[in-house]
Design a protein around this ligand. Structure first.
Ligand code: FAD
Length: 470
């Protein structure tokens, strides 16, 4: 009997029929990543229902030398939760650990498999809010969000998962359970273990529960659409708004051609402004108390002042919640519209915030010059210094271009990012997609430290091998 088969036999009594699935019809739906780029194989799909069961799985995986691929909602953008093609791994789904264990004042403890939308809804029932949100909120899990240090659209005000996680419970090598859920404000017992697991992409252990910060629920919000001349004008506008209020929590930039593609391919969308502008920003401002200035009039006055100061060309504020959602729908449809338009290379990159406007213009020009016929532009979280920098293939022979030139074009983008002091992964992680680029472009110090931590925390190399770093 193979070691995987022996491990399965040992697990069945404790995990039960729902906990150990070996039928290919059960496993198959979870073997391909969200983008459809990678498909792997797995000897079994394990679905433990408690931290103790996860610990049993980890102990046996080490005993039999069977690698585990932790998986939440399987929405990774970098193939992080997809096993390799060998069939030697087992998928370790955390989706049955789906209880919100507690909600207190300003803190919630959620098990790893709790879906983001469910955590948001549960917090709202108690008049509170979990502020991180992103397009995959109906599938992504708390464990996956923590493991990728996810960002999203409200980072400007509330930070990434790293700033929102106050403690982690995780199963480490040997089946040892680290319990950091107390969420202590002060704790200097050496290395920050909880934060080490945030962004580890399942390579150091298995997160079973997370304590997160909650903020007061939104009482009122305003969403504006602004037309402007350049990304630099966008950043100047953001600085102007931030100098007058701390109510701005969303600030997303997009070029006119991204807007055009959405209007062309996504039904029931219309341009928020009459006339075209080289660049656009979507702004969201919120208030959480009735003592605060209402965000609608606040944004209106500030945008009028910004217009007078030459910081924008045109602006409108959504007249209703429906219109506000329509503005956000444009933002969230950019990738979908692009997909329908033809193949594109996608890069989730960051540079220092102040350097981003120049980077967006100069990098696009450099890529288009080096690869004639391509069309490059960035959109997204300007205020975080993070844009999704996409390079669309030349219209003729796009598939062949992607095959022959795609890697070289991506390498150029990553070279430019590195020269600008930035990161080749701002919020999606490394997974299996960016491993080679991480090796090529990281400093010896970074590679030394990442490798040493991995070897120390995962001596049997069973936690998501082939992802991030060996
Ligand atoms: P999975 O995809 O299942 O796993 C992701 C990684 O975490 C894998 O390496 C996996 O092994 C590991 N992992 C999962 N659960 C655990 C666990 N319990 N313990 C240890 N390791 C674990 N990301 C952003 O940051 N910002 C965005 O704006 C954004 N928008 C998105 C929009 C769409 C439409 C989609 C599909 C994805 C988007 N993402 C975004 C990426 C994705 O949602 C995040 O990476 C998310 O955090 C992954 O959660 P998940 O539960 O699906 O994890």
């Amino acid at each position: 009997m193979s070691s995987a088969a022996q491990m399965i036999e040992r697990l069945r009594p404790s995990l039960g029929a729902r906990g150990v699935l070996t039928d290919s019809s059960d496993i198959h739906p979870w073997l391909t990543d969200w983008r459809g780029k990678w498909t792997g194989r797995a000897a079994a799909l394990l679905q433990p229902a408690s931290t103790d069961e996860v610990a049993d799985v980890v102990r046996l995986a080490e005993e039999y030398g069977v690698p585990l691929v932790p998986q939440g909602g399987n929405t990774s953008m970098v193939g992080g939760a997809t096993p390799d093609a060998s069939g030697a791994c087992m998928l370790l789904s955390l989706r049955r650990l789906n209880k919100v264990r507690s909600i207190g004042d300003g803190v919630a403890v959620a098990e790893a498999g709790v879906i983001l939308a469910d955590l948001q809804a549960t917090a709202l029932e108690r008049g509170q809010r979990f502020p991180l949100t992103l397009g995959a909120h109906g599938s992504a899990t708390v464990g996956g969000l923590a493991s990728t240090n996810a960002g999203g659209t409200q980072v400007l005000r509330f930070g990434t998962m790293r700033q929102l996680v106050t403690g982690v419970e995780a199963v480490l090598s040997g089946g040892l359970v680290h319990d950091g859920l107390a969420g202590l404000k002060k704790d200097n017992r050496g290395y920050a273990l909880d934060q080490l697991l945030v962004g580890a992409e399942g390579t150091l252990g298995v997160i079973t529960a997370v304590a997160v910060r909650l903020v007061p629920a939104v009482r009122d919000r305003a969403v504006a659409w602004v037309g402007l001349a350049s990304p630099q004008q966008g950043l100047d506008l953001l600085r102007f708004l931030q100098a007058h209020t701390d109510a701005v929590e969303g600030f997303e930039i997009l070029p006119q051609d991204s807007l055009d593609r959405v209007l062309r391919y996504i039904p029931d969308t219309r341009a928020p402004l009459t006339g075209t502008h080289p660049w656009h920003v979507l702004i969201e401002a919120t208030s959480t108390s009735d003592r605060a200035q209402a965000p609608g009039p606040l944004l209106q006055n500030l945008l009028a002042a910004a217009l007078d100061a030459g910081l924008l060309a045109d602006a409108t504020i959504a007249a209703s919640d429906t219109q506000a959602e329509a503005f956000w729908r444009i933002r969230h449809s950019i990738s979908e519209a692009e997909k329908r338009d033809g193949p594109a290379l996608q890069h989730d990159i960051s540079v220092p915030v102040g350097a981003m406007p120049r980077f967006m213009i100069e990098a696009a020009a450099a890529v288009e010059k080096a690869f004639p016929g391509t069309d490059a532009s960035g959109f997204g979280h300007l205020g975080d210094g993070n844009v999704h920098f996409h390079v669309r293939a030349p219209a003729h022979g796009a598939a062949a271009w992607m095959e022959q030139e795609g890697s070289a074009a991506s390498r150029l983008v990553h070279d430019l990012v590195t020269e600008a002091g930035g990161s080749i992964s701002a919020e999606h992680g490394i997974g299996q997609m960016k491993r080679e680029e991480l090796q090529r472009l990281s400093s010896p110090a970074r590679l030394f430290a990442l490798g040493a931590i991995k070897r120390a925390m995962d001596p049997h190399n069973i936690f998501n091998p082939g992802k991030l770093i060996d």
